[in-house]
Ligand binder design. Sequence first.
Ligand SMILES: [Cu+2]
Length: 231
Amino acid sequence: MRKTLVVAAALALSASAVMLASGARQATAQGGGTVEVEVKYNGAPVVEKIKVNKDTEKCGTETSIEKVVVGGNKGLANAVASVPGAKGAKAVKGVIDQHGCKFQPHVVLMTPGELEIKNSDDILHNIHTYSTANPAINKAQPKFKKTMTEKFDKPEMIKVTCDVHSWMLGWVAVTPGPAAVTDKNGAAKIENVPAGKQKVEVWHETLGKQEKEVDVKAGQTTKVSFEMKGK
Ligand SMILES: [Cu+2]
């Protein structure tokens, strides 16, 4: 009788231990922290205005190449903030659209895997990537080909142009960890960052790269600021 009780108690104990352990595991998987990144740039914006004389019914007669976009309060737009060393990032499929003869968004984020390339312009475009870690692509995308899919398996910042419209410029940021792109005020929010010391990296297409270490706490927001320097 006593023996049965002991066994039952031991069983109950081990069951609760298992429950505790799985609860803890769940907390680590979902209970990362948030990193709010602010990126400033003290220099002048670089936005080239271009006259267009091709496919003007879709592209307009004037466009711009946005190399350095600086918004309110010196915030730097289109910078990629990421935590490259963080394990277990949620898979993000990249989607880029050629719309109004521009790549939209200017910087698209994805984890290694597939990029969906859309053509919503009803004219011929061309996808030309400049990559080294991934195979380079140079493919026409005729107007009837509304979507194409390409694979980028290696982390890399990939420049994308269109050989039909010389001004078209975009970037595909293939990042292994969680990431976000700064908005017009230079702000980006990286979610689901595992707790602990993490390296936050900021990259901008013309201003280069910087990194800082932050201490991420589960369920909390950590703030970090960067100031990019002109070249
Ligand atoms: Cu084009």
